[in-house]
Design a protein around this ligand. Structure first.
Ligand code: CAA
Length: 261
């Protein structure tokens, strides 16, 4: 399927690469791009071959430089609220996708672009990447979930500082405060992310999906419910062929070959 604002490569090895690709606007999210991303996520959720989804920015300069300021500039309150609700809906679907998602941040991740990274499970960045929530400079606030995901990730004080000042920070600082897991030289970023995605693909897909469900869903539950969810899910996995294969392979001292059943 061809998209006007995205480049999608759904590979047979189970890794799907999605680039937000609007170079003339540094990959900024207009509504059309958000809706295309929603379509990709919905297709991904129906793809039995998918193991890992990687999101990145087209071109050399930007991951996503935020929501599209030209498009937003003429919005009134109602249109802006709808625009924000589309961003929330799409990023919630991304967060709840059953397979791991990786943000490979190759340049500017500002405003809605940083919010996209925050909605991914793992964030890796090039040493040229830059992060920030500069909405305050435009007289507005983050609108795609940043006010909620950012403080949960880095604590309210750091989140308030970034949002109050609109400061743009480098990749190393973003790693230090917990937005990014690892920073790699720009020329090595793709091969490093490929290796991490391939490693995840080699694990039992049922266990990987169960981990994501338990860790992400349980964060919204009280501790008793969360622990019950873990116990339930642990038990369910023992009905799978992957569990038999994983444990037999260990006992037979050979690598496991998981089929996802
Ligand atoms: N929306 C629309 N167009 C954008 C854009 C955005 N967010 N960011 C960059 N562009 C466009 C520029 O207008 C410019 O277009 P023209 O060539 O037609 O003039 C082109 O991309 C290249 O940008 P610059 O010339 O500005 O490039 P630069 O290297 O000088 O600066 C930058 C790069 C620091 C990222 C700068 O472009 C910038 O500050 N962009 C805006 C970042 C921002 O404020 N993002 C938050 C948006 S609000 C938001 O995201 C709300 C939300 O949470 C939902």
């Amino acid at each position: 399927m061809a998209y006007a604002n995205l480049t999608v490569d759904a590979r047979p090895d189970g890794i799907t690469w999605v680039a937000i690709d609007r170079p003339k606007a540094l990959n900024a999210f207009n509504a059309a791009t958000l809706l295309e991303l929603e379509q990709v996520i919905e297709e991904a959720s129906r793809d039995p071959n998918l193991r890992v989804l990687v999101l990145t920015g087209g071109g050399e300069k930007a991951f996503v430089a935020g929501a599209d300021i030209a498009e937003m500039s003429t919005m009134g309150p109602t249109k802006a609220r709808v625009f924000s609700s589309i961003g929330h809906r799409v990023f919630d679907k991304l967060e709840r996708l059953s397979v791991p998602t990786i943000a490979m941040v190759n340049g500017f991740a500002l405003g809605g672009g940083m919010e996209l990274a925050l909605a991914c499970d793992l964030v890796y960045a090039s040493d040229r990447a830059k992060f920030g929530q500069p909405e305050v400079n435009l007289g507005v606030i983050p609108g795609f979930g940043g006010t909620q995901r950012l403080p949960r990730k880095i604590g309210p004080q750091r989140a308030l500082e970034l949002c109050f000042t609109g400061d743009i920070i480098g990749a190393e600082k973003a790693r230090e405060i917990g937005i990014v897991l690892e920073v790699f030289p720009a020329a090595e970023l793709r091969e490093k992310v490929e290796a991490i995605a391939a490693k995840i693909c080699s694990k039992g897909p049922l266990a990987v999906a169960a981990l994501k469900r338990v860790i992400i869903e349980a964060s919204a539950c009280d501790p008793r419910t969360a622990n019950a969810l873990e116990q339930e899910t642990f038990g369910v996995l023992f009905g799978s062929e992957d569990q038999k294969e994983g444990m037999n392979a260990f006992l037979e001292k050979r690598p496991a070959k998981f089929g996802g059943h």
